[in-house]
Structures are given as structure tokens and as C-alpha cells.
Write a protein that binds this ligand. Structure first.
Ligand code: PEP
Ligand code: MG
Length: 546
């Protein structure tokens, strides 16, 4: 009988799989310092190593099959191509350090600054460590550290994953990702979702597991079983196959209660994946992703082009397009927003229209022009709505632009509590559970240390969803979920039972959610929903699903 140990982390990309565990190649060790004779030559050696790292990352970005991966790699290359970093390296060499030690010290100082800043910057610490390791490896003439290529499928374990690692990551070989640190929004989580790999982050102890041990990873529950049998691994593989071998049936419970299964997209590039997963439409088109790197406002015509591409590709189906969700974790440079003491509580989402109503008017006009004659059923919604006044004004602006369907996102507890009121002003609601968790629990969604508060199984979050679902049932208007919670197959029956009429998610999550939903009758979903809301904590709520 095998002794199976269980490790727990945070599941960030759903799916169950298993295989032998391998760790990412170790970082190069720094040799003993050597005296520097020619300071200028040593500085140039260090600077050339940084340049080599930048060039390598840019080459990988160009080769990356996935645009999210490419963008992340380019961002990492930008971090290494930094004047302040080169100045810091020079200072350390002038202070007597050889090139590898100067590079190490310069990155070390930035690392400390980022870690102290917390939140988003703290989650970039893994990127800095990776850049340092790469530059040091170049200087020592060692191969750059990276992902193992053993020639057989395996579960990859790492302290955290740097974007550069994932460029070498072959989804045919890597079955799942498990990292010791990281949070729900760290690059590991973002990239795992983009690649559709089951992933668990913040899983202490995973680096202590001996290489080649068989493990089972559950990217929904965050559970990692260590030392399992080959038969368990094979059974998990069969389950995953069943999920992939999906039919194109619309989403519904075992007894036929419909729950539309929709895809989240950022541009037309994501539409093929949505089609492949048989999405019934788009439940969240995040328009700001098109403009994240823009320093000038996109013109009306540019916007029409980008929106029309998606609408036309989805002819005959629903597309819920969201107006720009700028601010906080998604600053748009062209808006030139002032620094705010608490950006997540500041001018973001629809609130930007208070200062720049023209941006919203232009966008709605562009959406209306793109929607004209495109064949898709275009619905428009606003992010970060808190009050009936805001919802009413937004609906009026949408109708003024000639668009028939206006909705709002529920991301703020105030809006959830008043869902019935809001549904008098708008045609539909879409619950953004990522932000709704953040604002309900006063827990920064970028903060890995608070991840258990951001767990979508938190009964308080489910209670707010229940209020929205009840308002939807009473009025007969659609209430969807488009945050990450919608991608959790275990949660799908509970959300359906709470009154949610559509689930919108990363396309890769769709087959699992469809299969899970089909296992329960609607009456069972409602019973599970009541029990989950009444549960004392997230773990107890999740346990209801066995
Ligand atoms: C959300 O907050 O749940 C959501 C879907 O919006 P975003 O993740 O883009 O903020
Ligand atoms: Mg949001």
C-alpha cells in the first residue's frame, strides 16, 4: 500500500492530472569573488550579459505560440533593459565587485524594493530573480536555467515560474504546474490559464518532493497528492480525456435547466479557442486589453476595427462587450491618470467617465458602428458600477448610442446588495467575482498572502451572488458570472443553483465546467447552493461537492 501525502495550495487553473514530478533547473551558484583589474571592461562584460538576456527573451517572445506568453516575455525583457539597472551594476563594479557579483547585487536591491512595495510589484520578484539567474549564467558561461526536457510528460514543480521558463514549456510534455509561492494573479497563474494547464500555486512543501515521485494535481481544489499509484495517474488521464472529448451541447444541468457557457476574450485572437471549446458566445470581451500599451487614445476607427473583428467572428451568437476597465491593476497610459493613494478604490472602470466622458462616448459610438450589420447579438456592460444612479446613466448612454442591451458588472458589494434595483435600470448583470472578492474581503486581488480570502467558495461571496441570482429570477433578466469563479467546475452547479444563468470563462475551462454542470439536476444545484451559502467557511462549502 502506497503512503500518499497531501499538499495544499491554491488552485488557479482547473483540471485534474497526474504524472512524475520534476523540478525546474537550479539557478547558477555564484563563484567566489575575483578582483577586478579593468573596471570599464568588467562593466561592459556585465552590460553585454544583460543585453544577451534581453535579446534571448525577445527571441523567445517572437517564437512564442501564445500572445499572452509573448507579452509577458516582452515585459520581462523590458525589465532587464533598464538604465537604472545598468547604472546600479556599474556602481557595484566601481565598488570592487566582479561582473557576476555586481549583477547579483544590483538585482538584489531591486528585488528588495519590489518585495517591500507589496502587491503587483511583489509578484514580479520572481521575474527579477529569473533575470539575475540568466545574466549570471551568461557571465559564467553556463546554460540558462530553465524547464526540464525529459522527453516524457511530467508535472513541473518550481518555487515560482518566470515568464521565460514558460516559453520553453511544451504543453504536450508539461501536464500541470505546482509552485511553492505565487498568488492567484502571479504570472504562473496567468500563463497556466493561457495554456490551459491545471495549476496550483502557494503550495508549501512541493519542492521537498523527490523527483520522479508520482503526484496527482487538482487545479480546482489546490490539492496535490504525493506518492500516488500509477493506476490513479492513469484514471486522472482518462478523466481529462473525457473532458477534452467534449460535445457541442449547450450548457445545462442533468435535467435540462439551461446555463449558457460563454468565453472570456481580449481580442479576436482568442475567438478560435472559444470556438474549439464550443462556447455559446462571448460573456466578457475585455476591451482594455487591446489598449494596455497605448500612449495615445485609440481612434474611433481603430476601435471599430478591433470590435468588428470579434463581432463578425461571433455572428449568430451573443457577445457581451465591456467598456474600458482602466485604472488600478490595468492602467491605460493614454488616460494619464494621476497617482492615487488607493488606486483600487479610486477612479477606475466606469468612474473614469466622471473625468473623461468623451472616452466612453467615443467607445460606445465605436461599438455601435461595429455592431451594425455584424450578425452578432451585441450586449454592452460597464465595469465597477456601485449605484443605481451610475447604472441608469450608463444604460442611457448605451441606448443613446443606439445599442439595445445595456448591463452592468457586479464587482462592488454595494451593487450586489442592490441588484434588484439595478435590474430595473439595465437588461442584465454580470458578476465579476475577481473584484467582488477583492472588495468584499478588503483583500488586494494581487496579494498571494491573502489568497484564502479571495477563494470563490467563501460563503460571504456566495451570499452576494445569491442576492443577484434571486434578483435575476424575480425579474426574468440574465445574471451571469464572468470572473475566475466561473471556471471552477466544482462551483458551477452551486452557481447555477444560486440563480446564475450564464458562466463565462477562459475557453480551456469550458469542457470541464460543461461536464460538471451536467452531473446535477437543477433541484440538486439549488440544494447545494443553499448549503454552500450556509457553510461556515470556504473549505466546508467546497467539501459539499465530495
Ligand atoms: C472580475 O473582476 O471578476 C472581472 C471579470 O474583471 P477583471 O478580472 O477584468 O477585473
Ligand atoms: Mg473586474
Amino acid at each position: 500500500m502506497l503512503e500518499v501525502a497531501v499538499l495544499s495550495g491554491i488552485g488557479v487553473c482547473a483540471g485534474v492530472t497526474g504524472g512524475p514530478l520534476l523540478r525546474i533547473a537550479a539557478a547558477p551558484a555564484l563563484p567566489a569573488p575575483v578582483p577586478v583589474d579593468d573596471v570599464e571592461a568588467e562593466v561592459q562584460r556585465a552590460v553585454a550579459a544583460l543585453a544577451e538576456v534581453v535579446a534571448d527573451l525577445s527571441r523567445r517572445a517572437d517564437r512564442a505560440a501564445d500572445e499572452t506568453v509573448a507579452e509577458v516575455l516582452r515585459a520581462e525583457a523590458l525589465m532587464a533593459d533598464d538604465e537604472e539597472l545598468r547604472d546600479a551594476v556599474r556602481e557595484h563594479v566601481e565598488g570592487g565587485a566582479d561582473a557576476p557579483h555586481a549583477v547579483d547585487a544590483a538585482f538584489g536591491a531591486f528585488r528588495e524594493m519590489f518585495a517591500e512595495a507589496g502587491g503587483y510589484l511583489a509578484e514580479r520578484v520572481a521575474d527579477l530573480d529569473d533575470l539575475r539567474d540568466r545574466a549570471v549564467a551568461v557571465l559564467l558561461g553556463l546554460p540558462m536555467p530553465g524547464v526540464p526536457q525529459p522527453g516524457f510528460p511530467y508535472v513541473l514543480a518550481a518555487r515560482d515560474l518566470a515568464p521565460a521558463d514558460t516559453a520553453d514549456l511544451d504543453p504536450e510534455q508539461v501536464l500541470a504546474l505546482v509552485t511553492e509561492i505565487g498568488g492567484p494573479t502571479s504570472h504562473t497563474a496567468i500563463l497556466a490559464r493561457a495554456l490551459g494547464l491545471p495549476a496550483v500555486v502557494a503550495c508549501p512543501g512541493v519542492l521537498g518532493v523527490a523527483e520522479h515521485t508520482l503526484v496527482l494535481v487538482d487545479g480546482s481544489t489546490g490539492r496535490v497528492e504525493v506518492g500516488v499509484s500509477a493506476a490513479s495517474v492513469a484514471a486522472a488521464g482518462a478523466l481529462a480525456e473525457a473532458a477534452i472529448d467534449d460535445n457541442a451541447e449547450p450548457g445545462r444541468t442533468a435535467d435540462g435547466h439551461a446555463v449558457k457557457l460563454l468565453a472570456n476574450v481580449g481580442s479576436v485572437k482568442n475567438v478560435p479557442a472559444a470556438d474549439q471549446a464550443h462556447a455559446e458566445g462571448i460573456g466578457l470581451f475585455r476591451t482594455e486589453l487591446l489598449f494596455l500599451d497605448r500612449t495615445s487614445e485609440p481612434t474611433r476607427d481603430e476601435q471599430i476595427g478591433a470590435y468588428r473583428d470579434v463581432f463578425r467572428a461571433m455572428a449568430g451568437r451573443r457577445v457581451v462587450i465591456r467598456t474600458l476597465d482602466a485604472g488600478a491593476d490595468k492602467p491605460l497610459p493614454f488616460l494619464k491618470q494621476e497617482g492615487e493613494p488607493n488606486p483600487a478604490l479610486g477612479i477606475r472602470g466606469l468612474r473614469v467617465a466622471r473625468q473623461r466622458p468623451d472616452v466612453l462616448t467615443t467607445q460606445l459610438a465605436a461599438i455601435a458602428a461595429a455592431a451594425d450589420d455584424c450578425g452578432a447579438d451585441v450586449w454592452v456592460m460597464a465595469p465597477m458600477v456601485s449605484t443605481l444612479t451610475e447604472a441608469t446613466a450608463f444604460a442611457a448612454a448605451v441606448h443613446e448610442a443606439g445599442l439595445p442591451k445595456a448591463g452592468v458588472m457586479i464587482e462592488v458589494p454595494a451593487a450586489a446588495l442592490r441588484a434588484a434595483d439595478l435590474l430595473r435600470a439595465v437588461d442584465f448583470l454580470s458578476i465579476g467575482t475577481n473584484d467582488l472578492s477583492q472588495y468584499t474581503f478588503a483583500a488586494d486581488r494581487m496579494c498571494g498572502d491573502l489568497a484564502e480570502l479571495l477563494d470563490p467558495w467563501q460563503p460571504a461571496l456566495l451570499q452576494l451572488i445569491a442576492i443577484c441570482g434571486a434578483a435575476g429570477r424575480d425579474t426574468g433578466k440574465p445574471v451571469g458570472v464572468c470572473g475566475e469563479a466561473a471556471a471552477d467546475p466544482l462551483l458551477a452547479p452551486v452557481l447555477a443553483g444560486l440563480g446564475v444563468s450564464s458562466l463565462s470563462m477562459s475557453p480551456r475551462a469550458l469542457p470541464g465546467v460543461r461536464a460538471a454542470l451536467g452531473r446535477y439536476s437543477y433541484a440538486e444545484c439549488r440544494r447545494l447552493a443553499d448549503l454552500a451559502v450556509a457553510a461556515p467557511d470556504a473549505a466546508a462549502a467546497r467539501k459539499l461537492m465530495g
